[in-house]
Design a protein around this ligand. Structure first.
Ligand code: GLC
Length: 729
């Protein structure tokens, strides 16, 4: 349907719609909510429901849709939405794990698979991707993000949107995406979910907003407001975010849905006195559709009556909702295909989940090439609460994933080695288990084996929404079990399944190798075991800095330098401070006496089974102008014996500016596959505009002067070259 036809259809519908029917389009009800006046079915017949959340099976979706299409006055179809975050039935790694792949095409493919499966049962809309920047591992929802970096989140968020929506979301197997949670939700104070956020506008614009702008540029259909109050104004009532930034500055034309009851929560926030004022604040701010709470349903008529909001605002919101319903062909094709076989867990879907799981794995330690393991000889003990935990390995936000679909590491290891060479003893029954009753069997298995694989981490319930942790250690008695396993003298390979960075420093010291597997999804077992035995190469890179302990938080690579950086003046290690040291006897720089200033593992870090050497980067010119981009080149060589997929990262630093700037900012990356012994030159094209930043009054600035361009395998081990952006003539 062409745009003019769609516009004409919208005008015609608006002209026919009663106020009740208009406001109905702005209301999303939960599929099990019968509390609405007259019950759900009657509300649908009356045209009081525009969208339904959480219907997930073809038959009830068909029946609910039939009521809307055939028994309501205007037959406007319902938009069915559901959280299809990292898979519908085939579960891919959690988004933080997918981010560790740094592979936009693969992330897109995972979203495409999720869309195909969800669309097949009649779901039209998912509430993903989460584009929140997460700098705090205590925050449970870091699991759903792409980590701490605006550029990586922008690239992978856009890929996810493309995967869900395709070029045309009207095509079969596609669903509408939703950029969430606008904005700043991940900056929850103390990493405690739903907590207040205070983000200076300059930080908001330079760090938290870019991924959302990238989502608009990628054509995302919808936005969702966050639960958080941002600088004292709840996101769901925040005109700066929605009227000013999203609509006026970015020209977004889709529609905005509130988060679950986030409009009524403005009363709890102390921002609105009652439901009516909450509806008013949300409508004024630019929320188009209300999720589950009913302030719009109950109070928009009165607000219109009193002239507190105009019918134009209501019509605009209704038009935005109708537009997407028309654009995806919902009026022509309102029903799911009831005859088509459901493509759930199709082989190609499982293959995508497997590849994403493999590429999400980050090798953090590999002492004396302990890995890959030799499958030909010896026995392997596989121990730990996450070695055979089909539900846990799927991670958070997997409403439709089924544990019985998961292939666990134990299953995969048995397929590799056969039952007799695979000695499985969980040692703990779940990740928080404090009991040592099963240690004996685990230690016996370790004693009888040549190598020990210890699968540690978090159950999936320990991460995700509302599940924040103040401490980041391995829960339960896992460390005690690991200490005893290590004391057997057998080499221990640690594999961590978790929804966040954990403080695994001591654990890593006890092991010969460490692989971080996040929550790897349905195919996590084969992916991990295949990697441990070298059937595939580790290529994952950290999308988030790992703190040594929660006390270092917030810790992120793109920090500012301060006037007293530890990098300049050094720092003392508490254990080495002599008793009686004088007050001025230690460096006065920015660090912690006990944990220093560096993360356990830096952003972008990850090892391979080979080794990549980097030459010093070169530039096409040490001076450049806005008119012509700069080329940065670096030669890399695989000096090892195995092929490797290397993620070459380009960072910049503005050395002197009208505001203090981060010591590093990721601006580009390229993934390069290098055979053993091969050399390749990698080139980056940098435009002057890539060096711009927002000033305190929201103005975009590009300032001439000296910049450091740095290239390397991660945010720490970089080599730089100085260039100058010349004054505009
Ligand atoms: C939840 C989440 C949001 C989700 C929505 C619908 O509370 O904050 O991300 O999409 O409600 O389930």
């Amino acid at each position: 349907m062409s745009t003019p036809e769609i516009n004409a259809r919208i005008e015609s519908l608006l002209a026919q719609m009663t106020l009740t029917e208009k406001i109905g389009q702005l209301y999303q009800i939960s599929d099990d909510d019968e509390s609405i006046e007259g019950g759900l079915h009657q509300a649908i017949r009356d045209g009081r429901i525009g969208s339904i959340i959480n219907a997930k099976r073809r038959e009830p979706i068909y029946e609910l849709q039939r009521l809307a299409v055939e028994e309501s006055r205007l037959g406007i179809p319902i938009l069915f939405g559901r959280d299809v975050i990292h898979g519908f039935r085939t579960i891919a790694p959690i988004p933080l794990g997918q981010a560790a792949t740094w592979n936009a095409a693969l992330v897109e493919r995972c979203a495409e698979v999720a869309a195909k499966e969800a669309a097949s049962v009649g779901i039209h809309w998912t509430f993903a991707p989460s584009l929140d920047i997460a700098r705090d591992a205590r925050w449970g929802r870091i699991a759903e993000t792409c980590g701490e970096d605006p550029y990586l989140t922008s690239v992978l968020g856009a890929a996810t949107i493309r995967g869900f929506q395709g070029q045309d979301p009207a095509q079969a197997g596609r669903i509408l995406a939703c950029a969430k949670h606008f904005a700043g939700y991940g900056a929850a104070e103390g990493g405690r979910d739903y907590n207040t956020t205070n983000i200076p506008e300059v930080l908001l614009r330079n760090v938290y907003l870019p991924p959302f702008q990238a989502a608009v540029q990628a054509g995302v259909a919808t936005f969702m407001s966050g639960f958080n109050d941002l600088n004292g104004v709840p996101a769901s009532g925040n005109e700066l975010l929605f009227r000013q930034v999203l609509r006026k500055e970015w020209g977004f034309e889709g529609f905005v849905v509130s988060d679950w009851e986030s409009i009524t929560e403005m009363i709890e926030h102390g921002f609105c006195a009652d439901q009516k004022s909450a509806a008013w604040a949300a409508a004024r701010a630019g929320i188009d559709m209300e999720m589950v709470s009913r302030t719009f349903l109950n109070h928009l008529p009165g607000l219109l009556e009193e002239g507190l909001i105009s019918m134009e605002i209501v019509d605009q919101a209704v038009a935005r909702v109708l537009r997407w319903k028309l654009m995806i062909g919902l009026f022509e094709r309102p029903y799911p295909d009831m005859e088509a076989p459901l493509p759930l867990k199709a082989p190609s879907h499982l293959e995508a989940a497997y590849e994403a799981a493999v590429e999400s794995l980050v090798l953090l330690k590999n002492e004396n090439q302990a890995l890959p393991l030799n499958p030909g000889t010896g026995k392997v003990a596989i121990i730990g609460p996450l070695a055979d935990a089909p539900r846990e390995q799927m991670g958070t936000w997997i409403f439709d994933g089924q544990p019985e679909d998961s292939v666990t590491p134990v299953t995969a290891l048995r397929e590799w080695l056969g039952e007799e060479r695979c000695l499985y003893a969980p040692g703990l029954t779940y990740s928080r288990d404090e009991s040592t009753d099963w240690f004996g069997a685990a230690l016996s298995a370790a004693q009888a084996a040549d190598t020990v694989l210890f699968f540690a981490g978090e159950e999936s319930i320990l991460s995700g929404e509302a599940h924040s942790r103040a401490l980041l250690h391995l829960p339960g008695a896992q460390m005690e079990l690991l200490r005893q396993l290590a004391s057997t003298g057998k080499p221990v390979v640690l594999v961590v399944l978790a929804g966040r960075p954990l403080a695994i420093g001591e654990a890593a010291d006890l092991c010969v190798a460490v692989v971080y597997a996040w929550h790897p999804g349905t195919m996590g077992g084969p992916a991990i075991i295949d990697l441990l035995f070298g059937k595939c190469e580790p290529s994952g890179r950290l999308p988030v800095s790992f703190p040594k302990d929660a006390g270092q938080i917030p810790i992120y690579y793109n920090h500012h330098n301060t006037g007293r950086p530890a990098s300049k003046g050094g720092f003392a290690r508490m254990a080495e401070i002599k008793v009686g040291t004088k007050q001025v006897g230690l460096p006065n720089t920015s660090y912690y006496l006990d944990l220093g200033v560096d993360p356990l593992y830096p952003f972008g870090y990850g090892l391979s089974y080979s080794n990549i050497a980097y030459e010093v980067p070169t530039v096409s010119s040490t001076e450049f102008t806005e008119a012509e981009p700069l080329t940065i080149s670096v030669q890399i060589r695989n000096t090892g014996l195995r092929p490797c997929k290397e993620t070459v990262q380009l960072y910049i630093r503005d050395l002197f500016a009208s505001m203090t700037r981060p010591v590093k900012e990721l601006k580009q990356f390229q993934q390069v596959i290098l055979q053993a012994g091969a050399t390749q030159e990698v080139h980056f094209r940098l435009k002057a505009a890539d060096l711009s930043f927002y000033g305190p009054d929201g103005d975009l600035r590009l300032e001439p002067g000296a910049f450091e361009l740095m290239v390397g395998p991660n945010s720490r081990d970089v080599q730089g070259v100085r260039v100058t952006l010349l004054e505009k003539k």
